[in-house]
Ligand binder design. Structure first.
Ligand SMILES: *Cc1c(COP(=O)(O)O)cnc(C)c1O
Length: 349
């Protein structure tokens, strides 16, 4: 990850770096990644909600934390108490936050969110100036930033992304807010240098994955998923393997068990298909993925209990990529990563 952050830093020049660590740092481990980011002098962390922000503060993370998501009224006091930066995307919420600040006699650091075309959260461009003026004159607010989010920047040269960047740039010219203007996600950071403005928020690419599936540059994944063979048996020809018997042995063969399953986030959609690496060789999952384990047919090969099984990453000259798995499950790398839960120990190497 250190290398990825360094490569991206170089790319963004003097812009600040906000590292998204939402959803357990894309499955990598919220506190572990945040501690590392703090050490690497990342300028700011991005989370989605109050709970994630509190978890970071309770782990003694002291750098700025921006909460991207819209907050509920009953969460406002927590945002102020834990010194989390709020995203303000309506006049109504701005007033509620101001009221809570007044009653607590505390200031709140805020970012104004403008929707330039994702239709998710954020004030409309036409009302942005009015909201900016309101928050600027409010004595309880410190306006740290104004931001928006790109909807289609995963691929280079996308016309809609260009439209959003142009709109954001025009708003910056009109509003003249002296604060951090920020727009770029991973796609923006990589493919649209003119979207960098004062700060970038690249998530996926910081963890080593291109949003368009590209590989082979200086950026590399920092996660691998490994297990170990927990059981071994010889099975005759014609036997069904695992729930539903979706796989049948075609000859007498060796079947090994791997103790990880959909209860850890190793998706059921991988059944009968996903590649795994044992002793530098590629095999496929045999039959259904169970909650806690799955089986592999290793044929005549010598495999022993205790052998390392690589589910994502490199082993010898072979590699299983996250993109490959995402395609098998008909999804995107983000979703596979976020699915890895607390039963899997995160080990930093
Ligand atoms: C998740 C998120 C990001 C990061 O997106 P990536 O595609 O992972 O780079 C940036 N900004 C906001 C507001 C987000 O919600």
């Amino acid at each position: 990850m250190q290398r990825n952050l360094a490569v991206l830093r170089k790319k963004i020049g003097s812009s600040l770096f906000c590292l998204p660590v939402k959803a357990n740092a894309y499955g990598h481990g919220l506190v572990e990644v945040a501690r590392f980011a703090q050490k690497m002098r990342v300028d700011c962390l991005g989370v989605s909600c109050l709970r994630e922000g509190i978890a970071l503060r309770e782990a003694n993370i002291q750098i700025p934390i921006l909460v991207f998501g819209a907050i509920h009224e009953e969460q406002i006091a927590g945002m102020i108490e834990y010194e989390l930066q709020c995203s303000i995307s309506s006049r109504y919420k701005a007033e509620l936050v101001a009221k809570m600040c007044a009653s607590l006699q505390k200031k709140c650091r805020i970012h104004l969110e403008i929707d330039t075309g994702i239709q998710r959260t954020g004030v409309r461009p036409t009302t942005a100036l009015g909201l900016f003026e309101f928050v600027s004159q409010c004595p309880y607010f410190h306006l740290v930033g104004i931001y928006s989010h790109l909807a289609t920047a995963d691929l280079p040269e996308d016309l809609y992304a260009e439209k959003q960047i142009a709109l954001f740039s025009a708003l910056k010219g009109q509003i003249k807010g002296e604060c951090l203007w920020h727009l770029a996600n991973s796609g923006g950071t990589l493919f649209y240098p003119h979207s960098h403005f004062d700060m970038v928020r690249p998530g996926l690419i910081s963890y080593g994955y291109f949003p368009n599936g590209e590989t082979g540059s200086e950026i590399a994944p920092c996660l691998s998923l490994k297990s170990r063979v927990s059981y071994f048996k010889v099975v005759e020809a014609g036997r069904g393997i695992s729930y539903g018997h979706h796989y049948r042995t075609s000859r007498q063969t060796r079947i090994v068990t791997v103790p990880i399953g959909y209860g850890d986030g190793y998706r059921r959609a991988f059944f009968n298909r996903a590649p795994v690496l044992i002793r530098g060789r590629r095999y496929a999952v045999a039959g259904a993925i169970c909650m806690d384990q799955f089986m592999v047919d290793v044929g005549e090969d010598e495999v022993y209990v205790g052998d390392e099984v690589t589910l994502i990453g490199k082993q010898g000259n072979e590699e299983v990529s996250l993109w490959e798995l995402a395609h098998l499950a008909d999804t995107i790398p983000y979703e596979i990563l976020c699915g890895f839960n607390e039963r899997l120990p995160r080990i930093s190497v």
